[in-house]
Design a protein around this ligand. Structure first.
Ligand SMILES: Cc1ncc(COP(=O)(O)O)c(C=O)c1O
Length: 389
């Protein structure tokens, strides 16, 4: 199988195979009628350039202070009052190193929330830390499913992990047959940023193979009412689920998340980690947002997001904007004739939207919009009218 091209970690740009270098997975895609030739690109020493600057681009850099923010998918500008109070009450603890008891207590709350054992939880400084740990699994070939959040690919590339990029064609339906059989690590998001596609749990489970680990980035799962396709509660020896507190609780600046998975894999992921990896405030936030009252609040927020999203889709469609549906995340993927021009003109009017072309598999016509409340959508629609859409 001519799929893997290892790379030296220091290189600025990497390459993927020439179109003539057809990999087994591309052939599989063609056999199954899986769209055009770009259905699956597999990293190798070839010709398609991989631009790390694009992989590192995130919505936060599209937002200047004072802008109306449709670029970043965090809900609100900061955590709710009750959570601020709990965090403030812990400020006095900052004089001590975070102890094992606090870490275990926070881990136990997370475990109870997902019906897991505390040994199946690894607390993280954000889901981003979880991606950075993946190379510790020493994959022989990692497959990343795109279009998707680019940090996992970047973390694996930076570590020199051989990598296969599996690019799903519109409508971005997951097809396990597109993943190279040789991949012993598969990473995907659910619901997926930026397409807002929610893959069925059953299809994700169909990615499982002997000697393969499947990693599901569920950073946005708590924005889906009742999380029907989440694997968080399933104890499987080869599935890791990554969760984040960033989005729902507007805690991007605190850095909180966790892995759920089998203890032996978590042990490998944490190997070599610095001592006291999470501070007292992070542990407090994780414990606070995992208790049943907070989980109920997060569900109500998810229900509100679903209503806001439906309303926002109608308003965008009235303007003739193509919105990718079905959408299940707290963001929408849209397509317009000249997205770059539209993004710049909206920015001049103080409205930030996320460019789409940095996501592998999307093109310069795509933009991503965070789902917002009707009052903010009114302002977006007014700006769209003003720029002539
Ligand atoms: C899909 C997805 N996963 C993970 C993350 C990172 O989350 P965290 O803030 O917990 O590191 C992001 C951030 O934008 C994301 O969009």
């Amino acid at each position: 199988m001519s799929v893997v091209g290892g790379e030296s970690p220091g290189r600025g740009r990497d390459v993927e195979p020439a179109s003539g270098d057809v990999s087994e997975s591309v052939l599989a895609a063609r056999r199954t009628g899986g769209g055009a030739a770009r259905t699956c690109d597999v990293a190798n020493e070839g010709s398609i350039e991989v631009d790390r600057v694009k992989l590192r681009h995130h919505g936060d850099v599209d937002v200047r202070p004072g802008m109306l923010d449709f670029a970043v998918n965090v809900q609100g500008s900061g955590p709710p009052e009750w959570l601020r109070e709990r965090l403030a009450a812990r400020l006095g603890a900052l004089g001590s190193y975070p102890g094992e008891a606090e870490e275990f207590a926070a881990r136990s709350v997370v475990a109870a929330r997902h019906g897991r054992a505390p040994e199946e939880v690894l607390l993280l400084a954000g889901a981003a830390e979880g991606f950075a740990m993946l190379p510790r699994l020493s994959p022989g070939l990692a497959a990343v499913i795109h279009p998707s959040f680019t940090e996992p690919e970047l973390a694996l590339r930076e570590a020199g992990t051989p990598l296969a990029r599996v690019v799903l064609p519109d409508p971005y339906v997951l097809d396990p047959a597109l993943v190279p059989e040789a991949a012993d690590l598969v990473v995907l998001g659910n619901p997926t940023n930026p397409t807002s596609v929610l893959h069925p749990a059953e299809t994700i489970l169909a990615l499982r193979r002997p000697d393969r680990v499947v990693v599901v980035d569920e950073a946005f799962a708590d924005a889906v009412p009742d999380e029907p396709e989440s694997l968080a509660a399933q104890s499987l020896p080869d599935v890791l689920v990554l969760r984040s507190l960033t989005k729902t609780w507007a805690l991007a600046g605190l850095r909180c998340g966790y892995f759920l998975g089998p203890a032996p894999l978590l042990e490998r992921l944490r190997h070599g980690r610095a001592h006291w990896p999470l501070g007292a405030l992070q542990l407090e936030a994780i414990a606070a947002t995992g208790d049943p009252a907070a989980v109920a609040e997060s569900r109500s927020r998810a229900v509100r997001i679903a209503a806001d999203r439906a309303a926002m889709i109608s308003r965008l469609r009235e303007l003739g904007i193509a919105v990718h549906e079905p959408a299940h995340g707290p963001f929408l993927l849209i397509r317009v004739p000249d997205a770059e021009l539209l993004r710049k003109r909206l920015a001049e009017l103080g409205v930030a939207v996320r460019r789409g072309d940095t996501f592998p598999g999307l093109d310069p016509g795509h933009l991503r919009l965070a789902v917002r409340a009707p009052a903010e959508v009114d302002r977006l629609i007014a700006a769209l009218h003003e720029v002539g859409l």
